[in-house]
Every structure is written in C-alpha cells, then in structure tokens.
Design a protein around this ligand. Sequence first.
Ligand SMILES: NC(=O)c1ccc[n+]([C@@H]2O[C@H](COP(=O)([O-])OP(=O)(O)OC[C@H]3O[C@@H](n4cnc5c(N)ncnc54)[C@H](OP(=O)(O)O)[C@@H]3O)[C@@H](O)[C@H]2O)c1
Length: 301
Amino acid sequence: MTIVGEPRPAIVVTGASAGIGRAIARVAAREGGPLVLIGRSSDGLDEAAREVAEAGGEPFTLALDLLERDAPGRLESFLIENGLVCEVLVNSAGYGLRGAAVALPLEEQLGIVDLNIRALSELTLRFLPGMAARRRGGVINFSSIAGFVPGPYMTLYYASKAFVGSFSQALYQEFRRAGVTVTCVAPGPVRTDFLEASKAAHAALFRLLPTAEAEMVAERAWRGFRARRRLVVPGFSAKLAVVAARLLPASLLLPLIARLQRSGNDPCPCGSGKKFKNCCGARRWSLSPGIFRTKRAGGRR
Ligand SMILES: NC(=O)c1ccc[n+]([C@@H]2O[C@H](COP(=O)([O-])OP(=O)(O)OC[C@H]3O[C@@H](n4cnc5c(N)ncnc54)[C@H](OP(=O)(O)O)[C@@H]3O)[C@@H](O)[C@H]2O)c1
C-alpha cells in the first residue's frame, strides 16, 4: 500500500539524452514507474521522455552538466521536490578522447576523470546508503572492454573504465548481502555518437571490432542487473576481447593496441610538433649482418 506523501522509487539514468543511456531508459520504462532522465541536451531529453512515456514509464527530465561540482546535490534536491527516491541508478554518461595523451587538450582529458570517475563515484556513493537501508535496488555502471587493458592513444579513457570496473565490482561484493546490486557493464564498440565524438571511429581497432547496437547492450545490461550479476559483457565479440585481454601478455597487447589506435597523422608524443609518421614513427632502413630490416627512428616501439 502506498502511503500518501511517501517518496516513490525512481530509476535515475545519466546520459539518458543519447546512446546507450537512452536505450536503457526505454528498456527500464517497460517496468512502469518514474524515470529521471539526465543529460545536458534538452532536445535529447525531450525525445527520451517521449520514448519512455510510449514504453510505459513516467518520465522526469533534468538538464544537468555532471561536470559541475554541485550537480549531484541538485539531482538530490530535484528528487525530493518531486517526491521521488533513487531506487536504481544507471551511470551511463561518459566520454573519451583518442590521441596521444600529451597532444590532447589537458582540460578535456581531465573532464574524463571528472565525469567518468568523479561524478559516477559521487552519485553511486550518495545513493547506495539509501538503497541499502531500504534493501532494494542498485546501480548499473558503464565500464567498457577498454577497462580490461591499458589503452595507449586513448590513455585516460581506458584508465577511467578500469576504475569503473574495479570500483563497481568491489561495491558489488560489499553490498550483495544488503539486498542491493552493483552491476558493471563492459560493452565493446557500440553504434552511438560516442565513436565519432571520441574520434575512436578513426582508429583501426574500432574498425576491426564488430559494433553492437545500443538496444542489445541495454537489454543485456538491464537483464543482467535484474539477475543480480556483478559483470555483464554484452555480445560474443566483446567477451572474446575480454578473454584475449586477460590471457595475452602486456608485452604483446600494449604494442598491438598502440598500433591499432594511433594514426600516423597524429602529433608525435615527443613534442616535436611533427606528425608521428614523420618523427618517432618514421621507418629507416638499416643494414645488419646479412639482412635488410626496417627500424623505427626512435628505437623499438
Ligand atoms: N559507444 C561505445 O562504443 C561504448 C563502448 C563501451 C562503453 N561505452 C560507455 O557507455 C556509456 C554511454 O556511452 P554512449 O555510447 O551512449 O555515449 P553517447 O552516445 O556519446 O552518449 C553520452 C551521454 O552522456 C551524456 N553526457 C556527456 N557529458 C555529460 C555531462 N558533462 N553531463 C551530463 N551528461 C553528459 C550525453 O548527454 P548530453 O550530451 O546531452 O550531455 C549523452 O547522453 C559511456 O560511459 C561510454 O564510455 C560506450
């Protein structure tokens, strides 16, 4: 029986204005009840709200820049004002940047830390105690197969996703007996704006790996969460990539990922201002006893 004035349990989705977050909002909406949709783009949120309503949910939208330090507090106030309490939190907002770590703008790179790590951690830690007190609900955090291996030329993004994996799985263990689930979802490449916005789409690695649909990832993530799973890796190719990342030695994986993620036209990390292919990446002919072989200008890579 619902007591008048008692806050209603809501599903809160960050990154709900686009991509995987919007897809998971549509899936979660089938269960009915309030969904709080968060993103910066009002147009994206309006469209997401319409989709959620069509799927059977009751949408609330909140335009919020999660890079702003007071954003989590403003979300809490919004929930209180609307008579809601966060029962399920989906942390899907996130971004990445491909390129040499020293060549990418520092502030934009630190934004990855602020959004993918800081905002995700703060929201998770703000809402988990209430969930545990009610012994219901939980958190879905989006990591990536990138979280299983260091990622040269997308360094901060991979590192941020490793954090999400470690953070979420540790919390899963802490809270599993409290009736609360923390599920880490680690997709491979997914067909969303992310691939172009991060410039990952320009890297050979992302052209080699099969691209999943956001709907499939959202369905598997939600089903895995409801089945109280610690880790969901949606799709066969993503699972294969995780197995490879766990089995292959770093001495093999790191040069391979570097090769597949950098472009010869990227600025050289040495700071010369030249393109990588014309600087440390340039091939030089050298003569060693009996054989011709090519050698990188900067030695072994
Ligand atoms: N797509 C992939 O290939 C892939 C693969 C593995 C993991 N993932 C992870 O899955 C999650 C979702 O990715 P996606 O593919 O759905 O990306 P996307 O299509 O680019 O969507 C990103 C979402 O995050 C929101 N967002 C970005 N910056 C924000 C900020 N400062 N404040 C509030 N919201 C912000 C965006 O909304 P606004 O622009 O409206 O703010 C948008 O709704 C990310 O964590 C990503 O790292 C993606």
